[in-house]
Design a protein around this ligand. Structure first.
Ligand code: S3P
Length: 169
């Protein structure tokens, strides 16, 4: 039985890499944010706007425990999930955690063009976006680094990289 948790900052490529990796390894793929949206019939941005971040983090934790019941699955979590409650310890106890590591500069480049769906980045751009990413990535890194496996995802991973990761897991 395999259960893999893919973690990393927003824009690290968790969904793209996760789907490829799951397919290659014959695992089901679950995106935790999509799972939350399906269960609550609301998009993440709406949950943030209506209930606030604290309520979202509670929901995220509960849904993480729910998806962790599945077997032979690769779960891609939201960027903040490992950094709240004991979520990181929980994931390490129930599966293999894989961190996709990307630098602030590269994340800023990627997120500048696709930040509209991310409520925590709302209204931030240019230098302010870079400063925000730098500060929050620094706070989150100690959690991310508790992962069992760390992959450098600075350059968008190729099929060969994904193959190598699947072999290593
Ligand atoms: C968040 C990341 C998002 C989503 C929510 C909060 C975060 O997921 O869970 O908007 O705090 O980093 P992605 O990492 O898939 O964008």
């Amino acid at each position: 039985m395999k259960r893999i948790f893919l973690i990393g900052y927003m824009g690290a490529g968790k969904t793209t890499v996760g789907k490829d990796l799951a397919k290659r390894m014959g695992l089901s793929f679950i995106d935790l944010d999509c799972y939350i949206e399906a269960r609550y019939h609301k998009i993440v941005g709406q949950i943030f706007a209506e209930k606030g971040e604290e309520a979202f983090r509670d929901i995220e934790r509960r849904m993480l425990h729910e998806v962790a019941m599945f077997e032979d699955v690769l779960i891609s979590t939201g960027g903040g999930a490992p950094c709240f409650f004991d979520n990181m310890e929980f994931m390490n106890e129930t599966g293999t955690t894989v961190y996709l590591k990307v630098s602030v500069e590269e994340l800023a480049k990627r997120l500048e063009v696709c930040k509209s769906t991310r409520p925590v980045l709302k209204g931030r751009s240019g230098d302010e976006l870079i400063a925000f990413i730098a500060e929050s990535l620094e706070k989150r890194t100690p959690y991310y680094m508790k992962a069992s496996v760390v992959f450098d995802a600075e350059v968008m991973l190729t099929e060969t990289d994904v193959h190598e990761i699947s072999e290593a897991l």
